[in-house]
Design a protein. Structure first.
Length: 279
């Protein structure tokens, strides 16, 4: 599913964010990625999302070489990813249902399909009864469950969760990881979750990859073998690594761009036929 072959990433002249990373993740795996602040975790995720390309080495995901992927193919590639952020990234003026439906609108799904799949995704995260609520009427944990439903609704093959429990209380955090675990087990979705929370990773029997100074220094299923520095808490109010969206409008725009769509009628349910990427 995911292959990093000798991948290095240097920003500018000399900031070595990743150094000779070799990593294989099978389809259906659930992997925690841990490491101190600045270790290279966000860079690792950005590479998988094809937001950054390696300075050297090769990344192959589902048989697709991300190094050589054409720019116009990137949005279509990203449609297969479900991404969950620390700060939820819900659109405040839309209801829970509309937030989840939005991810389907932008890829041109039909109304019928949208109604069916959004209802299903909300039931999976236990929020069917909140479909008409607005994000601000929900707790942090509930908002993250909506974000998870949005990540799931297009049948993602791979879910990338970047500190998904960073802004919610510990009780709710466990619910979120339990949900990811269920999705992983029931739907065989591959899951990569970056976290700082040692309490969380030690509750699960999962593969834990530790990054230090851009290198993978530990890859184990035993939480007791995870190096200490990997699990220190993130600084309070640490900005989330990417896609910062300052206003609702910018947020919508950014989201559409991620899916290769522009705002306007072409983003509506009738756009399906225009959606097939040219070879
Ligand atoms: P983490 O997510 O583990 O905190 P990052 O991948 O964000 O680590 O950062 C790894 C290193 O790369 C750090 O030294 C960071 O300052 C640097 N870095 C990250 N993004 C950029 C960028 N766009 N330009 C220059 N340096 C960067």
């Amino acid at each position: 599913m995911i292959d990093f072959n000798n991948v290095s990433k240097t920003y500018g002249e000399d900031v070595k964010a990743l150094v000779n990373v070799n990593l294989h993740i099978d389809a259906g795996e659930f992997v925690f990625v841990v490491g101190a602040s600045g270790a290279g975790k966000s860079t690792f995720l950005k590479m998988i999302m094809r937001e950054e390309v390696p300075t050297s080495g090769e990344i192959v995901i589902n048989g697709q070489n991300l190094n050589t992927m054409k720019a116009r193919k990137v949005p279509y590639y990203r449609r297969k990813l479900g991404i969950v952020f620390q700060d939820f990234r819900l659109i405040p003026s839309k209801t829970v249902f509309e937030n989840v439906a939005f991810a389907m609108h932008v890829i041109g799904a039909s109304q019928k399909e949208i109604s069916r799949r959004v209802a299903y995704a909300l039931s999976l995260v236990g929020l069917s009864h909140k479909a008409k609520s607005y994000p601000k009427q929900l707790s942090g944990g509930e908002q993250q469950r909506v974000a998870l439903a949005r990540a799931l609704v297009n049948d993602a093959e791979l879910i990338i969760a970047d500190e998904p429990t960073g802004n919610i209380d510990p009780e709710m955090s466990k619910d979120i990881v339990d949900l990811l675990d269920q999705i992983n087990q029931n739907k065989k979705t591959t899951i990569i979750m970056v976290t700082h929370e040692v309490g969380l990773i030690s509750r699960y029997n999962k593969r834990i990859v530790t990054i230090r100074n851009g290198s993978v220094v530990s890859d184990t299923a035993r939480p007791d073998l995870v190096p200490d520095e990997a699990v220190e808490p993130a600084p309070a109010n640490a900005p989330s690594g990417y896609y910062y969206m300052p206003s609702e409008d910018a947020e919508i725009e950014e989201f559409l761009q991620t899916y290769g769509m522009k705002r306007g009628p072409e983003a509506g349910p009738d756009a399906a036929s225009a959606e097939t990427p040219a070879e």
